[in-house]
Design a protein around this ligand. Sequence first.
Ligand code: HXC
Length: 257
Amino acid sequence: TGYETIKVERRGRVGLITLDRPEALNALNTQLMDEVVAAAGEFDRDPEVGALVLTGSERAFAAGADIKEMASLEFADAYLSGLFTGWEAFTRLRKPVVAAVAGYALGGGCELAMMCDILLAADTARFGQPEIKLGVIPGMGGTQRLTRAIGKAKAMDLVLTGRMMDAEEAERSGLVARIVPVADLLDEAVKLAATIAEMSPVATLMAKEAVNRAFETTLAEGVYFERRLFNGAFATADQKEGMAAFAEKRPPNFEGR
Ligand code: HXC
């Protein structure tokens, strides 16, 4: 593999990526971004993988973009290099990605977690967009994804003050799907991803695509888009298998066709 800032492993049909820059609380430098995007892309193309998990350490999912790497940049450096735009490839992954967050998910770390499809938080997780304290604003989608996830009132509160919210508040606000004890976080995340990876791969990708459409279009167009995919699902062997298995009171065996 040859990665230096992440660890990559397969657990059954789950592809696991662990951010691994403990000396910087997993701050997201360019190398780490390139490695995560490359590793996630490989899992996305691997037919043996059905879902991904992205996690960090117990202390930090990621404490943000790497401040030391950014500190001396001028406008033209950031603009011409397309600073952080490499992460857009991560948002184009077609398989579901579970973010397993313990400790700090700040700035770019919170934004990266929000690029994932399901956010699982340890009871120790703390989320925030502290960029304002550095004289900048979120730059990897934070003002948009946080606002869509938790609404204007709380997004403004967090983005304008830079304060952190704990796991309880994050779940109450709709950012986080579930909270689990920190000792169980990785097992629960892999179990969740494995459950997803057992479903029909075609239906799974359709489901992710359809939910994400809700953020890009009107209700009428979104429902129309959903119906096209829904009808298309009846062209798959997995639909026949899934419904036959229900009638025969046995577990389905999806083949991905
Ligand atoms: C670079 C970082 C870092 C970061 C932590 N470190 N966060 N290095 N970039 N974002 C480094 C520290 O410098 C330190 O290195 C080591 O990690 C441990 O951190 P400490 O601060 O000693 O730990 P602690 O006292 O426990 O405090 C934890 C913390 C604090 C509250 C999370 O580290 C912190 O506030 N970090 C910055 C959080 C932040 O502002 N994130 C947003 C970044 S901007 P040394 O070598 O000293 O041991 C961003 C922008 C997105 O994400 C795009 C728009 C521009």
